[in-house]
Design a protein around this ligand. Structure first.
Ligand code: HEC
Ligand SMILES: [Cu+2]
Length: 350
């Protein structure tokens, strides 16, 4: 290698690194910042990008240069190449440099985590988050007792602590806009705390492959002003404990099918099933108009399919995707209304 070669190589690495860093920082990687910790985590990401790009560029450039410079030429097919026995000096260098980089980044990450997860102030609002295949339910502690919902509500600019648990397998509670996430592990309680800083509705997802319905384990969190939050909690406190069926007469079956029951954590059927009468178009489970009509299913059959979905698996579908907890998340009256509604919707047509 001549000195000129070295200079050209170095110039390529510097220029490509600058272009790479500018490009990577210009991309928008994350959703909008929805919590107090989001800016610091995004800064951490930027630092990782700035450190990683030059390493990637340097390794790739040296590799491509070596392939070009020392490639096999015609007539060299049978040669062994020069006998090289390694270089202790090089090996020491390429062990020490990465060790320093990794140690520095790990220290930064650890300090950042300790900093943003300092113990929450006394009196911080607590929300119990429970994962189950394949839905989250939320239990907000209020002065009037716990309020259970399928949708999470939080007031803006007020710290909240999530206590995360699982009823079956490992899930992972993640609100990308808030940036933090933690595994929900059966048998233990994990937690994190933060302060929502942006009004609006954000995705809540499961970030741990937890079974066939993992991809559908998506809900939302709505961040409200303090007044609207108080109104919403008062409404939900009234609703929770009162079965939906007891609250109104007609339309309950359809309401349960389309929206489930947020108060008890009953997942909406329409999220996974198509039913023309309800106007739902889910495709995770069988098309109920078609299948129930083809089976000539009675109301009793339908009831059984709802409370014990794993007893008989519809052809072409897998066990364990449809929630098996409807017997506990719905009252008998609700199940009757829902079954009757589905039966009449399917049989009523043609
Ligand atoms: C997470 C997705 C999901 C949800 C939510 C869901 N189901 Fe299902 N459902 C499925 C899947 C997948 C199957 C097929 C596998 C099976 O039979 O268990 C199924 C099967 C069925 C069947 C049997 C269909 C047939 O052809 O045999 C009925 C009836 C049914 N569901 C009704 C409901 C009702 C009513 C609700 C709401 C109370 C509901 N489902 C909620 C995914 C879901
Ligand atoms: Cu999950």
């Amino acid at each position: 290698m001549t000195a000129k070669n070295w200079i050209v190589l170095l110039a390529i690495i510097v220029v490509a690194s600058v272009i790479g860093i500018v490009f990577m920082l210009a991309l928008s990687w994350f959703p909008e910042q929805g919590s107090n910790v989001a800016p610091e985590i995004d800064t951490f990401w930027d630092v990782l990008v700035i450190v990683s790009v030059p390493i990637f560029v340097a390794v790739t450039t040296v590799m491509l240069f070596s392939i070009w410079r020392w490639r096999q030429r015609p007539g060299e097919e049978d040669l062994d190449g020069p006998p090289i026995h390694g270089s202790t000096k090089l090996e020491v260098i390429w062990t020490i440099i990465p060790t320093i980089i990794i140690a520095a980044l790990t220290t930064y990450a650890a300090i950042l985590l300790v900093d943003i997860q300092a113990a929450p102030a006394k009196g911080t609002r607590v929300v119990n988050v429970n994962g189950v295949q394949f839905a989250w339910d939320f239990e907000t502690q209020t002065a009037d007792g716990p309020v259970k919902t399928a949708k999470l509500y939080l007031p803006i600019n007020e710290p909240v602590k999530f206590n995360v648990r699982s009823k079956d397998v490992i899930h992972d509670f993640w609100v990308p806009a808030f940036r933090l996430k933690v595994d929900a592990v059966p048998g233990i309680t994990t937690s994190y705390n933060l302060t929502p800083t942006k009004l609006g509705t954000f995705d809540v997802v499961c970030a741990e492959l937890c079974g066939l319905g993992h991809a559908y384990m998506r809900q939302t969190v709505t961040v409200l002003t303090a007044e609207r939050y108080a109104t919403m909690m008062a409404k939900l406190t009234k609703a929770s404990g009162t079965p939906v069926a007891a609250a109104g007469g007609d339309g309950i079956g359809e309401q349960l099918f389309v929206a489930g029951n947020p108060a008890t954590g009953a997942t909406a059927c329409g999220a996974c099933h198509t039913l023309a009468a309800a106007g739902t178009t889910g495709v995770t489970g069988p098309n109920l108009d078609k299948e129930l009509k083809a089976d000539n299913a009675s109301a009793a059959d339908i009831m059984e399919m709802i409370v014990d979905p794993n007893k008989e698996i519809a052809k072409g579908y897998s066990k364990g995707i449809m929630p098996a907890n409807y017997a506990t998340t719905m009252t008998k009256a609700e199940l009757d209304a829902l079954t009757k509604y589905i039966y009449e919707s399917v049989q009523g047509k043609g």
